[in-house]
Design a protein around this ligand. Structure first.
Ligand code: SF4
Length: 297
């Protein structure tokens, strides 16, 4: 199967099997796509869906988010995890208003210059919002391409220039078809060519997959250990943020002391939140970033 046929097969499969996700609706716009890509980076689709809808209902355009405080962005982020993304999205909205009149730019260079927008997100927005031809390479695509092209059971731990080159070689020449192929490769990697149990019998690329043709059809086994959460600083940070999200004004340290018994770990988690710019100190109390302390009556 040539690379042209390979992309065509992937697109054909995608047209029939892609999940019906709201950020894929035609004409949804670049801002909703950008928000979805940031949310999806470290959070599963099922948890992103309600958060994405709430976020876009409240801030349908970058201008709306930029006019609000970073604290409100952190509040709306809720329990999606890795809340620095909320702060970066707010910074991104401010930059979009200042540099681009409140619009998401179309150029890769301008996209990459935005706060919180890395190589993957910039390419995803350029491809999925603007139909451009760019290799969009996430973990799932790297694994898929490693198997199909190189016959390897998995890709390396992070995206390398060679991954972009290998993926770009699979894209059709026409930009809109290339963008569709990118979406198809991502979906195939997420749903069919999974890390632990690839469903080769259902795969449209099976006839030309080097890994399958090499005879190694058994699942490659777990590639990552699930991350521990209970008892970690992440859990403590989550509890501290939960209290601050609920509060309408500065929260005294003594109140935060109640969320976790280990003084050292709690202090470390709070220091991390302050260092990350998510929390600020007001005298001996804490507030979410950019939140004005309540004034005395
Ligand atoms: S044939 Fe199997 S290993 Fe190859 S791309 Fe398809 S699902 Fe992945």
């Amino acid at each position: 199967m040539s690379t042209t046929q390979l992309a065509a097969e992937a697109i054909r499969w995608y047209d029939e099997n892609a999940r019906d996700l709201p950020w894929r609706e035609p004409g949804i716009g670049a801002w909703p796509i950008l928000v979805s890509e940031v949310m999806l980076q470290q959070t599963p689709v099922v948890r992103v869906l309600p958060a994405w809808r709430s976020w876009l209902t409240r801030w349908p355009a970058p201008t709306d988010l930029a006019a609000d405080t970073p604290a409100e962005a952190i509040r709306m982020w809720g329990r999606l995890g890795y809340p620095r993304r909320a702060l970066r999205l707010h910074e991104c909205a401010v930059a979009l208003v200042r540099r681009h009149g409140g619009e998401v730019p179309t150029g890769l260079t301008e996209l990459l210059a935005l706060p919180g927008v890395g190589e993957y997100t910039a390419r995803a927005v350029a491809a999925f919002a603007y139909g451009q031809r760019h290799p969009v390479v996430d973990t799932n695509v790297r694994r898929l391409v490693a198997r199909v092209v190189a016959g390897e059971p998995d890709a390396g731990p992070s995206t390398r220039p060679a991954d972009l080159v290998a993926t770009e070689a699979l894209l059709p020449a026409a930009p809109a078809r290339a963008a569709r192929a990118s979406a198809a490769f991502m979906e195939l990697g997420a749903l069919v060519c999974t890390a632990r149990a690839p469903r080769c019998v259902d795969c449209p690329l099976a006839a030309s997959c080097a890994w399958r043709l090499s005879g190694r059809t058994a699942p490659p086994g777990p590639t990552r250990r699930p991350q521990r959460y209970a008892g970690t600083d992440r859990q403590v940070r989550g509890r501290l943020l939960a209290v601050l999200r609920e509060a309408t004004g500065p929260v005294p340290r003594e109140r935060l002391d109640l969320v976790w018994a280990d003084d050292l770990q709690r202090s470390r988690a709070l220091a991390g939140l302050i260092e990350d710019g998510l929390v600020e100190m007001v005298d001996d109390a804490c507030v979410l970033a950019g939140e004005q302390p309540a004034t005395a009556p």
